[in-house]
Design a protein around this ligand. Structure first.
Ligand SMILES: [Zn+2]
Length: 290
């Protein structure tokens, strides 16, 4: 599964730099079409947020929209839930800030994506991203209208459908702009980075939770929470640097993590597992003390 070919998306449903913050904090302080985070304090675990000053926008590629079935009941719901003309560029600004800091940053070295076409249609699954047949620098995000119907059919908070649509779009946009170690990056890490961005945009769906059973590269939110732990421990920009490392190097598990963190991925993950268990113990004690 190379994401430039075709990438399945996780099942159902949030950064900036400045706009970055902790996923579990209070709601974003600004009014924006999309959740946007303020700058993070350089101190790990500082839950405070600050107001976002208008960050300089990234240059965007050509953005297109296609709906292949306006008769589908989810189509009306789609357009009453979001305005794609504002959501798509706003989501992409968030993705780029998380992956590349600022437009003037020396690390702003994204893949040469020239256009992104968002296509709503009937299909299986949730969504996937692919290059066009003629040119892989032109990306297509295929989004299943039935998925929107499914989410709408469940008991939800009023913003759940909107958050789900924006969350999936955000995840897929990451695939249009992340590096993949010259097609050698494990799928679990690719999907983990996409959901790490979604997590940091406050767009995690209600069913996501930290789980430490299974391997570090289970992908999606499982790997995303592990990546967030690394960001907390090693500081802001850790995942941004990791993405940049995937630009320059082919992925060799023995050296990839060691070069960046001084530890192997299994040791890092064990640290995450122990940290999580300690958090759980503290939480349980708090509950017991109440
Ligand atoms: Zn994906």
């Amino acid at each position: 599964m190379t994401f430039y070919e075709q990438t399945p998306v996780p099942r159902p449903i949030t950064i900036l730099e400045p706009p970055i913050s902790r996923p579990s904090d209070a709601p974003s302080a600004t009014q924006s079409p999309i959740p946007i985070h303020p700058p993070r304090d350089t101190t790990p675990n500082d839950p405070k947020r600050t107001t976002i000053s208008s960050p300089k926008p990234f240059p965007l590629p050509t953005l297109r929209l296609e709906n292949r079935n306006l008769n589908h009941p989810a189509s009306a719901l789609l357009f009453t839930s979001i305005n794609p003309a504002t959501v798509l560029p706003d989501c992409l600004q968030n993705v780029l800030r998380l992956l590349y800091h600022t437009p003037s940053s020396h690390s702003f070295t994204p893949p040469p994506t020239r256009s992104v076409t968002l296509i709503f249609r009937d299909m299986d699954g949730v969504a996937y991203t692919t290059g066009t047949d003629l040119d892989h620098d032109h990306k297509e995000i295929h989004f299943n209208l039935n998925h929107i119907s499914n989410v709408a059919s469940r008991p939800n908070s009023p913003t759940r459908v909107r958050d789900e649509i924006i969350g999936v779009i955000t995840h897929e946009l990451v695939h249009c702009y992340q590096w993949d170690a010259k097609h050698t990056c494990p799928g679990g890490l690719i999907e983990g980075i996409a959901d790490w961005v979604r997590l940091n945009c406050d767009l995690s769906p209600p069913h996501w939770k930290k789980e430490v059973d299974g391997a570090w590269d289970r992908g999606y939110q499982h790997t995303a929470y592990f990546l967030q732990y690394l960001e907390d421990i090693f500081g802001n920009s850790t995942i941004r640097h990791l993405n940049d490392h995937l630009r320059h190097h082919k992925y060799h598990q023995d050296s990839f993590w060691e070069e960046q963190f001084g530890l192997g991925v299994e040791e890092l993950y064990e640290g995450y597992v122990q940290h999580h268990k300690e958090e759980e113990r503290k939480n349980k004690k708090k509950q017991d003390d109440l």
